[in-house]
Design a protein around this ligand. Structure first.
Ligand code: DQA
Length: 156
């Protein structure tokens, strides 16, 4: 089982950007947390971060060729307007879960819309960095840790 975790713009600035919203842990902390979880659960993980829309699309397309089994994606602000990332996600058939560290549903109204969500199989919001592990569990088919409140189960 090979899982790709994609982080979009400004997520490399975790720990620096708005810590009251995104927490004090930095991007490296997130990477280590993900690698530890992969070791613990016995799956292969690849992590990718870019501040550029095209690079994110290229990486999603690459996943079609490199036998990726599932994608966890935090598209950052692209969530709210990138039809190009929506289309790239819709192009590949493996399981895809969108994740947001903050509770986008309770923030500014422009964050209430996700144009990328319809191309995914589920969404996790507002669980902090642990939400990445919840999203991975949704791909692994392990419901443990999925709180029924904010998270939408896989529907496709
Ligand atoms: C985010 C929420 C987005 O609205 C924001 O633009 C981000 C991070 C989150 O993880 O909570 O960059 O995706």
């Amino acid at each position: 089982m090979k899982i790709l975790v994609i982080n979009g713009p400004n997520l490399n600035f975790l720990g620096i950007r708005e810590p009251e919203i995104y927490g004090k842990q930095d991007y490296n902390y997130l990477l280590n947390m993900l690698k530890d979880y992969a070791r613990e659960k016995g799956f292969e993980i690849d992590c990718f971060q870019s501040n550029h829309e095209g690079a994110i699309i290229d990486r999603i397309q690459q996943a079609y060729f490199d036998s990726t089994d599932g994608i966890v994606i935090n598209p950052g602000a692209y969530t709210h307007y990138s039809y190009a990332i929506h289309d790239a996600l819709a192009s590949v058939s493996m399981k895809k879960i969108e994740i947001h560290i903050s509770n986008v549903k309770e923030r500014e109204s422009f964050r209430h819309v996700s144009v990328t969500r319809p191309a995914c199989d589920g969404q996790v919001v507002g669980e902090g960095l642990k939400g990445y592990l919840t999203a991975i569990d949704m791909i692994l088919g392990d419901g443990a840790g999925v709180s029924p409140g904010n998270n939408e189960p896989a529907t496709r």
